[in-house]
Design a protein around this ligand. Structure first.
Ligand SMILES: Cc1ncc(C[n+]2csc(CCOP(=O)(O)OP(=O)(O)O)c2C)c(N)n1
Length: 334
């Protein structure tokens, strides 16, 4: 086996572990919402593997600009299930916001995971701004930003790609195309099938991939990060993924998707595809998978207990990191 093949298998095995962990974490959060222990979640089920593979090419000094479905991306960049649980329970120790942001709005300043807003596509402009500022300051850092197909119907998407194209900014744009913006289908939003074709209009490279093509995703992600690092400019990667759960825990997708469509959707789960890929190559088998499930289950239980028992924010700090405090270092600097 060549060194390159061995490196790919090691990477994909790591991503399988993280993705399976992200799936089980997501499933548990649904239960906790239904049990009334938290208000809301947005599910990443079906999106995990491409997120994990692409994020695995980032260095600690690179920037991840996630969106609400990015559980696996943030776990790959170093957040832990405990961090996600602290965020879900809005505890003081929540690294995303100290309990200010709503669930599934991830951030971690130390890990260079950028907190975002719920307003669709705004994060693309944040990503471009970060890439531009860091490049002007001479930093050798790249930015990966995730978003859905619906985000590409927003002006922010077009402005972001245009500016990144003009200035050859080190950004990898990743569109997780699950075919829906809540209940609105891709066909109702745009007259094209391949969203990656839009890249050409901004003078940048675009590629469209299926979420089950784990080798293709790794290959294109590596290329895109290398191009960004070497000053060759941005890339748009579109990955077609199934949305296995409803849009959010406030949605019931059976109202607008047939049983037939939903059962077909389950057949193109990238997590199952990655599992098959690793089984055929002897990396995963029944015994390793059972051990992994056990390890994930006990880790999740510990994470949930730790987060649930940890303190809520002190009401006296309610304005912190929300409003600028007069006399603080940040206020004096501005
Ligand atoms: C500017 C704006 N318009 C509408 C909404 C309401 N909204 C929240 S999520 C969402 C769907 C976005 O779909 P997509 O970008 O395809 O991502 P997906 O949820 O499918 O991953 C919409 C319309 C919003 N948050 N912001």
């Amino acid at each position: 086996m060549s060194e390159k093949d061995a490196d790919l298998l090691t990477r994909l095995e790591r991503i399988f572990r993280i993705s399976l962990g992200a799936r089980r974490l997501d499933e548990r959060l649904w239960v906790l919402v239904r049990a009334g222990k938290g208000p809301f979640i947005i599910s990443g089920q079906g999106h995990e593997v491409p997120q994990g593979i692409i994020t695995s090419f980032l260095q600690p000094t690179d920037w991840l600009v996630p969106y609400y479905r990015s559980t696996c991306a943030v776990l790959t960049k170093g957040m832990t299930p405990t961090d996600v649980m602290l965020h879900f329970f809005a505890r003081a120790g929540d690294p995303s916001s100290g309990g200010r942001q709503m669930p599934s709005h991830f951030g971690d300043a130390e890990k260079r995971i950028v907190s975002g807003s719920s307003v669709i596509a705004t994060q693309l402009l944040h990503a471009v701004g970060i890439a531009h500022a860091r490049t002007l300051l001479g930093a050798q850092e790249i930015v990966v930003v995730f978003f859905g197909d619906g985000a590409t119907s927003e002006g922010d998407f077009h402005e972001a790609l245009n500016w990144a194209g003009i200035h050859k900014l080190p950004v990898v744009f990743v569109c997780e195309n699950n075919g829906y913006a809540i209940s609105v289908t891709q066909r109702e939003q745009m007259a094209i099938r391949n969203i990656a074709n839009r890249a050409r209009g901004y003078g940048i490279y675009g590629v469209s991939l299926d979420g089950t093509d784990v080798e293709g995703i790794a290959h294109e992600a590596q290329k895109a990060c290398k191009r960004a690092r070497e000053g060759e400019g941005p890339t748009l990667i579109e990955v077609r993924v199934p949305r296995l759960a409803a849009h959010s825990s406030d949605d019931d997708q059976r109202k607008y998707r047939s049983d037939h469509e939903l059962s077909k959707e389950a057949l193109r789960d990238p997590l199952a595809a990655l599992e098959r890929f690793l089984r055929v190559r002897g990396i995963v088998n029944d015994a390793t998978e059972a051990a992994l499930e056990q390890e994930i289950a006990s880790g999740l239980l510990a994470a949930e207990q730790e987060a649930e028992q940890s303190p809520t924010p002190d009401p006296a700090t309610i304005g912190e990191n929300v409003y600028l405090k007069e006399g603080s270092d940040a206020a004096n600097a501005s």
